[in-house]
Design a binder for this molecule. Structure first.
Ligand SMILES: [Zn+2]
Length: 253
């Protein structure tokens, strides 16, 4: 049973971790605490090397990592100054393992769930199709929440990608995000979307639910515990009523 949750802020993102904590506090029976950026407080001399090692090199290549000195130095600079990061995808399970080793030694029991909100894109390897899949969260201890994953992991409507390609053919470069988004019907989240925090509530609850019950996701598409693969499904699960399916409404209301 989880009776304490410690959540870590991600100041380079629009995700309001204190608001996530109050939402969770209203729905579960546990003590919730928020702390500053995990990587600012708990990174050690091996962390930069660990991130370098966890870099996804190609979407279809299981092998990760590049620990050339320049890359490790780059990762160190991003740890020191997170505003300088971006554009790199990491193996979520490797990052989870890396950060697990940095958890405070007195707080490693499974009755204390650590939820680390990150400004980095994370992926897990799909054995069934031989490629990396971006993730909004990585369940377990610590649980990782990827804010860019919220915008990038669940696929946008297909017409979005077609428009993007069409524009590239015509003008030779990528269209400005705003233009593209105004031309595509259907609801989806864009980077720094004002609905970010609300949409992440369910992903934090999924982390709690998993550690507390051993159950991963819910099959009901309208439930906050549903694992959406497309943006419209994400909007449906996280931002439209009802919040939960009947079974989980009993647990979390
Ligand atoms: Zn449910």
């Amino acid at each position: 049973m989880v009776d304490r949750v410690v959540m870590y802020r991600a100041p380079t993102t629009v995700a309001d971790v204190d608001a996530l904590a109050s939402w969770l506090d209203e729905h579960v029976d546990a003590t919730i605490e928020t702390r500053d950026r995990f990587l600012g407080e708990h990174a050690d001399q091996d962390t930069a090397r660990g991130f370098a090692q966890a870099r996804v090199i190609s979407p279809y290549d299981r092998t990760t990592g590049n620990t050339m000195l320049g890359i490790v130095r780059y990762e160190q600079r991003v740890l020191d100054d997170p505003d300088r990061g971006g554009g790199v995808l990491y193996d979520g399970l490797a990052v989870q393992e890396l950060l697990r080793r940095c958890l405070p030694t007195s707080e490693r029991e499974l009755d204390i769930l650590h939820v680390i909100v990150l400004d980095r894109p994370l992926a897990t390897w799909g054995e069934h199709d031989g490629r990396w899949h971006k993730r909004v969260n990585v369940l377990g201890q610590p649980a990782l929440i990827s804010v860019p994953g919220l915008y990038e992991a669940p696929a946008k409507p297909e017409v979005y990608y077609r428009e993007k390609q069409r524009h590239a053919l015509v003008s030779g470069d990528a269209p400005p995000r705003e233009v593209l988004e105004s031309q595509v019907e259907g609801d989806f989240l864009i980077a720094d979307d004002p609905r970010t925090t609300d949409a992440l509530n369910g992903y934090v609850l999924q982390a709690y639910h998993y550690l507390d019950t051993g159950e991963a996701f819910c099959d009901v598409p309208s439930c906050r515990l549903y694992n959406a693969h497309h943006q419209p499904a994400l909007i449906e699960a996280q931002l439209r009523p009802p919040q939960f399916c009947d079974r989980h409404a009993g647990l979390y209301r």
